[in-house]
Design a protein around this ligand. Structure first.
Ligand SMILES: [Zn+2]
Length: 498
């Protein structure tokens, strides 16, 4: 999706060329129901183009539209532009020799055949009135929809609308939005900040922030889009362009070098949460090749909340000086992964995760609104999380802290939720205190076990008095325990600097 804030963007100047591109996050993963992919990209259309098969498209128009041919043309041109303008970028850079193996393929373009039925199609295009696009596309002015539940990809585009075309100085038109969505259908991810960290592949994507690619909001292909198509082709074919030395981005001002379709600076570790944080996948890459993959479960019986500040000895750093692997003062192996603005730290002992920490911004509209810090850890046989959000650009203590115990076992309402002002004073709190029911269950079963035969001898005492007292003592112990926990959490929160 894109173009939500297109009017603002249309007025800002385009930036100098750089290389932000990304394959979509699931480009290298098998389709649902398959045990392994034959090769990367098989749920995207570039794979079949490389096999020499045309794109079979079903075009569905809104009832009152008769411009069937003009939309056919927009779609055909969209696919062709991705290939032919990539070839133009190669020629413009004077690097025809280096890409001689794919230039003929790119210049030939992409054949698109229109079919009458959806079950003959590889993709369906829906052209709907401008006002209705938002309903299909969650408020965006166009979208690409594809999931394992709905295996036929769909692209929803607005009918050309003279009013918007004029207001946006020609930027909002079906062809421009179509070019971006067609990029998705080939296997490219979004490059605008709110979305790119969500749908870009952690390894096959760059980190640059310059913005003139079609997968950001540009209306014609630039060097970075061309980088993307070349990398998708190489990745899909398993081709290692430039061998171990790789190849330099087509963008003149960029110093990005790709080896096996991955920027040299990426990795080497990619850490992904699985099973809502109960398991974590740790992948190790070397120059674009996966060397190892582990799925590690969280040790659900950790002794305490990870509230101490742990020091570590760093073994390895990336070119920006960020830690990649380390040993903690607690003796854990520590791994770091960086994907756009999301950072993950995984602490591992004896093949089990002791805790996993995630730093990431939260986007509101297209802006970084808050920063979110969270630590996942095991507690009493379940998964717990502590975390907080703070305004993105503030240095004070304003924010909201939460603690959720048994995250994997029940509804995710917080046990403790505290709101702080800039000075660190608590201004609002929601705390789920242990219920007396919980206390009764614990106490009654304890009595049952230790004093099974005494009820008769104590029959003269007021009914249930003793067990009532025990119950309330037990209850207040649970409350005290929770109070202590909250104290520790507040202290921890106030110490944090992220
Ligand atoms: Zn998009």
């Amino acid at each position: 999706m894109k173009w939500m804030f297109v009017l603002v963007l249309a007025l800002s100047p385009l930036y100098a060329a750089a290389a932000p591109w990304g394959a979509v996050a699931n480009y290298t993963e098998p389709k649902a129901g398959q045990t392994s992919a034959k090769r990367p990209g098989e749920r995207y259309l570039i794979a079949q183009i490389l096999d020499g098969r045309p794109i079979r498209a079903k075009l569905t128009l809104a009832k009152d539209s008769t411009k069937y041919q003009s939309y056919e043309k927009i779609i055909s041109q969209g696919y062709n532009r991705w290939f032919q303008e990539t070839a133009q970028q190669i020629r413009a850079a004077g690097r025809e020799k280096e890409f001689a193996d794919i230039l003929p393929l790119l210049e030939k373009g992409v054949p698109v055949r229109f079919v009458g039925e959806v079950d003959e199609a590889d993709i369906e295009f829906l052209i709907v009135p401008f006002k209705e696009v938002g309903e299909y596309c969650r408020g965006a002015a166009g979208c690409y929809i594809h999931s394992d539940q709905f295996p036929l990809p769909q692209i929803v585009l607005p009918q050309d609308n003279i009013f918007w075309r004029v207001v946006s100085l020609g930027e909002i038109k079906t062809a421009n939005i179509g070019l971006h969505e067609i990029g998705h259908s080939l296997g490219l991810s979004d490059q605008y900040e709110r979305a790119r960290s969500l749908n870009s592949h952690p390894l096959y994507s760059t980190e640059e922030t310059y913005k003139n690619s079609v997968m950001y909001n540009a209306t014609s292909l630039s060097c970075d889009d061309a980088d993307g198509i070349i990398n998708l082709i190489d990745l899909t074919r398993g081709f290692s362009r430039g061998g171990e030395l790789g190849w330099r981005s087509l963008c003149k001002k960029s110093d990005v070098v790709y080896v096996r379709s991955a920027p040299l600076t990426k990795g080497p570790y990619v850490i992904t949460a699985l099973d809502q944080g109960k398991k974590w996948r740790l992948e190790a890459f070397d120059k674009g090749s996966k060397k190892a993959e582990y799925v590690l479960a969280v040790n659900l019986y950790s002794k305490s909340m990870p509230l101490e500040d742990i020091s570590e000895t760093v073994f390895r750093r990336d070119s920006a000086g960020r830690p990649l692997s380390a040993k903690s003062s607690e003796g854990e192996e520590v791994y770091y992964s960086y994907v756009y603005d999301r950072k993950v730290r995984l602490a591992v002992r004896n093949g089990e995760v002791t805790n996993a920490t995630v730093w990431q911004p939260v986007y509101k509209k297209n802006k970084r609104n808050e920063k979110l810090f969270s630590v996942y850890f095991g507690e009493g046989g379940g998964l717990s999380v502590i975390g907080y959000t703070r305004p993105y650009s503030s240095k004070g203590k304003k924010g909201t802290m939460i603690y959720i115990g048994g995250l994997d076992k029940r509804e995710k309402s917080a046990d403790v939720s505290l709101e702080f002002d800039a000075k660190g004073n608590i201004i609002k709190s929601e705390i789920v205190w242990p219920s007396s029911d919980q206390a009764r269950t614990t106490t009654d079963s304890a009595i049952g076990q230790t004093t099974p035969a005494t009820s008769a001898t104590r029959a003269s005492s007021p009914a249930g008095m003793e067990s009532k007292i025990r119950r309330s003592l037990r209850h207040s112990a649970l409350v005290k325990e929770r109070e202590k926990k909250i104290e520790d959490l507040v202290e921890w929160y106030l110490r944090q600097s992220y």
